[in-house]
Ligand binder design. Structure first.
Ligand code: ATP
Ligand code: MG
Length: 430
């Protein structure tokens, strides 16, 4: 860590952050902390995005007040997190994260007190040693994420040359990337997320470090991996993200079975689904985690089912067995909580019902909670030529017609086409 040094201070005349773009709740919280005698700044992604003229997803605050001191200051405040303890302050509909300045531990006593914990692989599993703003900047992941904004004089405070890297469009780790990725392997995923989202380049050394340490992702708890995976693929830049993850050798540690299919069969429904998800996000439409998993794992599911059928198992049983085994194996890498698994299974099992179109099941399918998601999924399968266009057309039409027309469409299914023709012919003859 560098010693005390003077940061660059960028005055309001030299940057374009309008105070009006900052969340009022965040401003109020900073102000109250200041009034109580604490230092407090906006920090991280929000300052980065504001400098880039983008709208921040959320506003984070860093302060020298300890978590308990933050809690005693705000009525609607909850302390959360064990690995990284911080305060959630609720203001109206916003929840703002308020974190106490962190420092690199240098005293053995920090470990003895259990403020800091490091696993055998060098991973920091507890990071609660507090410090000052300069130390806090050094603990952050990338230079562009370590900028502070002081609303009182509207200056940006830069200890790590983050503003220069923003201008150069470079993602640079603070310190040695090997060391920083070892401390927290999730930083590798974060690097890809920011590079893809912002269209930034990655330092050669950073990329090399990723390739070297990719397998450390196995030591990250699957629940944390799920959070990161959703951020990666629901960012609106899922296609670039996937390409970058594969290039860096990270993807196979997230979705190994999908990667295997991509290698063996090439681009498939997973690739199409990501493009589709990006499009939906651009249009402001909702996206659901289950859809991501359903499409990522569809090819592996088909392959596994086929293998079981080849051993003599009935199709239905093979599908059920392959589904359960695959979800179990995948969740070793990225957690799939039960409520998520239920929806994934529904989307999958609706596929064969949509294909079979058994007349007495149609109205039930149309009313099914997951019909929309399953139908969207069917649309993807048309694009890979797995199902025929006229099947999808039929499901498209029946959603939009009146109940009586729906009944007609269902009845038409009940009468096999050939006998229908015969009957008509007879009528004509009469
Ligand atoms: P987003 O746009 O996704 O919110 P963000 O940069 O704000 O991006 P957050 O996860 O909200 O990301 O984290 C806020 C800040 O906390 C980051 O900008 C970074 O400075 C710091 N940070 C978050 N996670 C880590 C980490 N794993 N290691 C080091 N610093 C981190
Ligand atoms: Mg953020």
């Amino acid at each position: 860590m560098t010693g005390r040094r003077t940061p660059d201070r960028i005055p309001p005349t030299a940057h374009d952050i309008p105070l009006s773009a900052v969340s009022e709740s965040a401003l109020r919280i900073v102000e109250e902390l200041n009034q109580a005698g604490y230092e407090a700044y906006l920090v991280g992604g929000c300052v980065r995005d504001l400098l880039l003229g983008k709208r921040p997803k959320d506003f984070d605050i860093a302060t020298d007040a300890l978590p308990e001191q933050v809690r005693s200051l705000f009525r609607n405040c909850r302390l959360i997190g064990r690995r990284f303890r911080l305060a959630h302050v609720r203001f109206g509909r916003d929840v703002v994260e308020v974190a106490t300045f962190r420092a690199v531990p240098d005293e053995e006593s920090d470990f003895d007190d259990d403020k800091m914990r490091i696993s055998a692989e060098g991973q920091v599993t507890r990071d609660n040693v507090y410090g000052n703003i300069e130390q806090d900047a050094e603990r952050r992941d990338f230079t562009i994420n370590a900028l502070y904004f002081d609303p009182r004089d509207e200056t940006v405070i830069d200890y790590v040359n983050g503003v220069a890297d923003l201008t150069r469009k470079q993602l640079v780790t603070i310190g040695d990337p090997l060391e920083r990725f070892r401390e927290d392997p999730v930083r590798m995923l974060r690097a890809v997320r920011f590079a893809a989202k912002l269209g930034f380049g990655m330092h050669e050394e950073t990329e090399g470090a990723m390739r070297e340490l990719a397998s450390l992702l196995h030591h990250v708890p699957p629940a944390r991996m799920l959070d990161e995976v959703l951020k990666l693929f629901h960012s609106g830049h899922a296609v670039e993200t996937m390409d970058m993850l594969r290039d860096a050798g990270l993807f196979r540690h997230l979705f190994p079975f999908t990667e295997q299919c991509l290698i063996e069969v090439g681009p498939n429904i997973a690739t199409l689904a990501l493009a589709n998800t990006d499009q939906r996000i651009r249009e402001g439409k909702p996206v659901i985690p289950a859809y991501l998993f359903a499409s990522m794992l569809w090819e592996p599911l088909r392959a596994d089912t086929e293998k079981l059928v080849e051993t003599g198992m009935q199709q239905r049983e093979a599908h059920a067995t392959a589904t359960n085994d695959l979800l179990r194996d995948q969740s070793q890498y990225v957690s799939i909580p039960r409520r998520l698994a239920v929806v994934i299974k529904e989307i999958w099992s609706l596929q064969s019902r949509l294909e079979r179109r058994q007349p007495r099941t149609i109205s039930g399918i149309l009313k099914h909670k997951r019909f929309r998601a399953a139908y969207d999924f069917l649309l993807l399968r048309v694009e890979t030529s797995e199902v025929a266009w006229d099947l999808v057309d039929w499901w498209t039409k029946i959603q939009d017609c009146s109940p009586s027309d729906q009944q007609k469409m269902i009845k038409a299914l009940a009468v096999p086409a050939r006998s229908g023709r015969r009957r008509r012919r007879r009528r004509h003859a009469a």
